[in-house]
Every structure is written in C-alpha cells, then in structure tokens.
Design a protein around this ligand. Sequence first.
Ligand SMILES: Cc1ncc(COP(=O)(O)O)c(C=O)c1O
Length: 413
Amino acid sequence: MPKKDKLPPYVIHPSTALISKGFDPSLSVGSARPAVFRSSTYVFSSPEKAKEAFEVALGKREPSPDTELIYARLSHPNAEILETHLTALEPEAKASAVFNSGMAAISTIFFTFCKPQRNFIYTNPIYGGTHHLISELLTPMQYTGHPVMAGQTEKLQDVIYKTKNLDLIFIETPSNPTLTITDIEAAVEAAQSHPDKPLVVVDNTFMGPTFQHPLEFGADLVVYSATKFLGGFSDLLGGVIIGRSQKHIQQLQGTRAIMGNILQPDECWILDTRLPMVEIRMRSESQNTKLIVEQIKKHPNIIELYHPSLIKDEKQKKIYQKQCNGSGSIFSMRLQGGQKGAFEFLRNLRIIKNAVSLGGMESLCCHPATTTHSEISPERLFELGITDDLVRLSIGIEDHRDLLQDIEQALDY
Ligand SMILES: Cc1ncc(COP(=O)(O)O)c(C=O)c1O
C-alpha cells in the first residue's frame, strides 16, 4: 500500500478542498477534470443495489459510499461533485443541494419546511421574486408570513417569541436593495428558545461565501442565487442550499425530486469550474466598490449612498463588524430629481449596463422600484425605502478608474 494511503486524511482549507476533493479521476477515465454525465438514467449493478438505492432515496436507510444512482431528476454525478465542493465553502456545513435557480431553491425551502395554516417570519425588504412567492403563492395557500423590517434586532426577536406555530425564519442580509444588515445570531438565539424550534434560513446571495458565513452564527440553512456571485459571469441560472444538517438537505433533495428542479449536468459542471475563483473575483469587486463609493459619496446629486463600508448607524455598524468579513460589491444610492434623476443617471452610463441581476464580472445598474421590486405597491415601496430615486449597482472586475469616470460623468445630469 502506498505511504499516502496509510496516513490519516489532511485537514484542508476551503480553497484547496474546492480543487482537490469530491472527484475521483478514475470514474472519468482518468480525466483530470470531471466529465459531464448527461445520462437521464443509471444502470444498476444488481437488483439488490437497485432496491437499496430506492430505500436511500425514500429516506428508509442512510446512504453508503457505494449507493448507486437512479435517475437524474433525483441526483447525478455532476450534482454530487458540485454539492461536495459547495459544502466545503461553509464552515459547519454537512451537505448541500443544487437547484435550477435561486428561486427554485427558495421555493423548495418553503414547501419542505413550512405547512399551510402555520407561520413563518421574513425580513423586509426582500428580493422581489421572494416577495412574489410569498404574496402570490404562499399567502393564497394559507401559509402565513410575518414581515419584519431588516436590521431591527429587538423587533425580530419579539416577533419570533410571540409567533405561535412557527416553522421558519427567512433572513435576507444585506437586504436587496437597501443593504440593511440583520443580526443572524440574534435571530438564532430567539429561534432556539422558541418551543417550535423554527429553522433559521439566510439568503446570503449578496455577501457570498467570501464575506459572510451564516452557519457560523447558528443558521440552519444558507441559500444562494448561484446565478450571481457563484456563477459570476451572468451566463447561467442556478440555486444552492448549504446546511448544517444532512437530514435537512436530504429532505430538500426529496422535495427537489418531486418538483424536478435539480440543476442540470452541464450547468453543474460550469458552476463547479467557477467556484475556485469566487473568492478572488469577489475580493477584487469589493475592492473596486470601496474605492468608487469613497470617491463619489460627496457628489451633490447623491442624497444617500448605501454600502456596508459607509454605515453610519451605530447598531448597523456593530452587526456588520460581528457578521461580515468584507463589504461586498453591491451599493445603492438615492439621487436628486426623483425617478427622472435616476433614469437620467442610467441613461448617461456608458460602461456600466442597465440590467437587473448582480454579482457578474461586469458592472450592472438598475432602478429597483420599476423593475426588480415593481410588483410592490408605491406606498409599500416607500415604507421599505425602495424610493423612486434609488438605483442599485453591482460592481465588476473592470478597472475601477474607468468605472469611476463612468459613474461621475453619469451623475452630472
Ligand atoms: C437576494 C436574491 N435572492 C434570490 C434571488 C433569485 O435568484 P434567481 O434569479 O437565480 O432565481 C435573487 C435574484 O436577483 C436575489 O437577488
């Protein structure tokens, strides 16, 4: 036996695990990179192994290293390789599941862990699609959601303590598009003292695995729109859930098999190739953003600029310092002249493109009130701080001097 097989396994860091774990070249004819396994169905080595595979899929027994695959709607090799790598991204994570969009992942969480006639709590503002899911699908089906303004720690804890029959607490932090930060640890504390032991789920899309690790603060599940920073090139849709408990992820995979919303093999392969560079990309984008917001913050056409590097509120600052390792590359600003001023700014941009989405290597800018959050009534938008004069930017990896020049000239409308 070679010496390396006699030694205990290394303890390795996430950036090494992303490259060296989760894939055996001998299963891909020696290929140094995984093959794409596009088969919809898998051949069993015996009827007994088929029986075992179905027992595992139905949760009747634990999986073993040689449990065989069944059918690609349940799982497939590229999903398994990707899920192993995603688990390595989060300290405290035990398992992961991949979905064909961020919204597919979020919907699967609600349909797995919430029940009709019972309650869940969510922070507000929240991504428009999640808001749509709650108002157009969950509410008419008698799932009762209780919104709490993002960042209001005491209020959030109070609502958790007072809500009976509570299944889940869904926190999006920082909030989209106002960048308000919610204290994950405080929510977890309240959830743990609640008799129903509701799950705490964090949408970590904005900070990504580089700047915030919700499981370290006691959250049960982290969800990502992998369409954003994980994919990083605005060329694929994907969703990811990472959990501290294998059981929760198995439950989600069970719902995924029913809903048929697993990420396809080609997309899994592409997303997997992007993961080792996520941290490098995010750090470069965040550095660019810091330099830009620092330069423009005093521009006379900016009424207010929201970015974690410029927090003024003392309570927000404390949560940020405890919870985040960096400020990220999304920022929003309120501009002089209401919607007209915001639209002029968008029209003037020459490098940064007017598009929704974020987290790509190219910079994008949008007007949330009339796009991503436009289904919400004007009165409610105003209460949530999604005002007519607000634009949201996602800064990419271009040279920050060019982006700065573009933003500065666009601000002079
Ligand atoms: C914070 C957040 N969560 C979830 C989603 C939904 O992701 P997807 O578009 O991949 O379904 C988005 C999309 O913009 C988002 O910004």
